[in-house]
Write a protein that binds this ligand. Structure first.
Ligand code: 4HQ
Length: 260
């Protein structure tokens, strides 16, 4: 798949392209990231990409024309390679992304991602050029670059062949609609805490059952909203009931609750 990113700060994307899972996917040509800067599409001597907001107020707004030309050039380049790209603008006003959305994004042939700076882009650019508006969460970044990198990282790691183990993306937290189970490695004991016995048992069916139970229990305790949306099978409900029973039994009590 192909990403074209419109950004005033292309150097920031080194965080993604220089090392790690995404860098290796790019080297192996499983994905492409192309960077475009709207400054290259300005015509004035100062190469101005921003201007003051109509109506006054603090900050600056990204100008329509350099952004539009950069987006169109990116789409034309992608099209010349046979890739039809939709355009997404990253902003807190966008639709909140989750793993389901990431799966959809990852399945498309290409995207042009617009990473805005300052107070954002001229609204007419969104009306004319943007197909989708995405948010990575309810907080404010200094620019859309980190948001674009978050989306590309999450999407590219889902591509066939990117992760080493064939199952590791499917087994991820969220791909099942649940949080992840706890993980342990050597040493077997740290102080008075030992690794849960079942993980040392070699009983793969029992281990799978325990991991699902932990995922269900942690999701109920930490993110009940995720379980509401997902629903739960009869087998899962029994595992969850046992988890919650055990959690209640072993929960630390305050003095007034202590029976002995
Ligand atoms: N910004 N999810 C403001 C974000 C953001 C987010 C990007 C800051 C756009 C203009 N993007 N610029 N949250 O906070 O995607």
């Amino acid at each position: 798949m192909r990403f074209d990113v419109i950004t005033l700060f292309p150097a920031q994307f080194a965080a993604l392209t220089e090392e790690g899972v995404v860098a290796r996917a790019l080297q192996r040509q499983l994905a492409q990231i192309h960077l475009h800067t709207p400054r290259d599409y300005t015509t004035d001597v100062h190469r101005t990409v921003d201007d003051r907001p109509y109506g006054g107020g603090p900050g600056m707004v990204m100008r329509y024309t350099p952004l539009r030309l950069a987006i169109e050039a990116a789409q034309a380049e992608a099209a010349a390679e046979g890739v039809q790209s939709r355009v997404a603008y990253l902003s807190p006003q966008g639709e909140r992304l989750d793993q389901r959305q990431i799966e959809r994004i990852s399945a498309a042939p290409g995207w042009v991602l617009v990473a805005g700076r300052y107070e954002g882009v001229d609204e007419r650019l969104i009306e004319d050029c943007v197909d989708e508006e995405w948010s990575i969460g309810d907080y404010v970044l200094s620019g859309g670059e980190l948001a674009a990198m978050v989306v590309m990282d999450a999407a590219i790691r889902l591509l066939p062949g990117v992760l080493g183990h064939a199952d590791s993306a499917r087994q991820d937290s969220h791909s099942s609609g649940l949080l992840d189970c706890p993980h342990y490695t050597r040493p077997e004991t740290i102080g008075d805490r030992s690794v849960p016995e079942v993980l040392l048992s070699g009983d793969h069916q029992a281990i799978e059952r325990w991991r699902l139970q932990q995922a269900l229990g942690r999701t109920r305790q930490r993110r009940p909203d995720l379980l509401q949306g997902r629903g739960i099978s009869e087998v899962e409900q029994r595992l969850l009931d046992d988890y919650l029973l055990e959690a209640a039994r072993s929960r630390p009590r305050v003095g007034s609750e202590q029976s002995e």
